[in-house]
Design a binder for this molecule. Structure first.
Ligand code: UDP
Length: 264
């Protein structure tokens, strides 16, 4: 299949497959593909807090593209095929495993609260946690016992998911360390990719400052969605700085106001 010759389907004619809090999935140009569209919506606390932040979707599209491309290049299987435009990327359709997989290197957020560990404490080793993806229940934490008993994934798949999570953590820790950013924790999602008779677990969804905690190595300034959760302001500026440090955004590029322009 030649993904460089993607058939153009006007936005209004596309079939919407799924709309989430920050992204929309549309039917793709070829069977087995989807288009993942990044919105500017920011939500937190199970969508109780909601705002539209001009430019966030564009930044997350670019940052996630960069990370997924690098992961594909080092042999970590992902759903990502290519970026199509400012807000959209072409992806492979996968069967999403209903788990949010969190990897933690430094205590923060719910771990710091739940276990009474001071935020910023380096953990004795990286820790992987599973949450059941269910908005109505507020994504409760679950163990491998729950996952296998309820059939969300089998033991082999859990092993594959954990191996994938560790590889992503190793790669991203180094990537961000190289640009003066500490990878505190992050969330990934995985899916089953069916290719003929075979099935493999691949990385899905996105990896962006919406789904990571990123702290400036020198100042410990937050460069992630905690700026929104904690009403700190400066979210687009922080995401722009992440993109700039990774070398994926030119100094002069402005991602704000990238919607249709009114021509007068
Ligand atoms: N996270 C996420 N989506 C969620 C919950 C968490 O992307 O629905 C990310 C979050 O940005 C952080 C990591 O997973 O990088 C760990 O989050 P935590 O469990 O501390 O939850 P929070 O404090 O965000 O409620």
């Amino acid at each position: 299949m030649d993904f460089n010759k993607t058939r153009y389907i006007p936005m209004s004619k596309r079939r919407r497959i799924y709309e989430g809090k920050a992204k929309v999935l549309y039917e793709g140009p070829e069977p087995g593909t989807l288009i993942q569209h990044f919105k500017d919506d920011a939500t937190a606390f199970n969508a109780q807090k909601h705002e539209v932040i001009d430019g966030k979707g564009v930044l997350n599209n670019r940052i996630s593209e960069y990370i997924f491309t690098n992961l594909n290049n080092i042999g970590v299987p992902t759903h990502f095929i290519k970026r199509l435009n400012m807000r959209e990327q072409l992806i492979r359709e996968v069967e999403i495993i209903p788990l949010e997989v969190v990897v933690r290197n430094i205590a923060a957020g719910s771990l710091a609260t739940r276990l009474g560990i001071e935020e910023g404490t380096t953990l004795p080793r990286s820790i992987i946690e599973f949450y059941y993806k269910n908005d109505a229940l507020g994504d409760p934490m679950v163990s491998e016992e729950h996952i296998t008993a309820f059939g969300w994934a089998n033991p082999q798949e859990i092993d594959d998911i954990m191996a994938l999570a560790i590889r992503v953590n190793d790669f991203m820790t180094g990537l961000f360390m190289g640009v003066g950013i500490r990878l505190v924790d992050f969330k990934i999602e995985t899916g089953r990719l069916y290719e003929g008779e075979t099935m493999r677990i691949v990385l899905a969804d996105e990896i962006s400052p919406d789904s990571c905690r990123l702290w400036d190595a020198k100042s410990n300034d937050k460069m992630d969605k905690d700026r929104f959760r904690k009403d700190m302001g400066g979210l687009v500026e922080a995401y722009t700085e992440v993109a700039r440090r990774l070398g994926i955004l030119m100094e002069s590029e402005n991602v704000v106001h990238t919607g249709p322009k009114l021509v007068v």
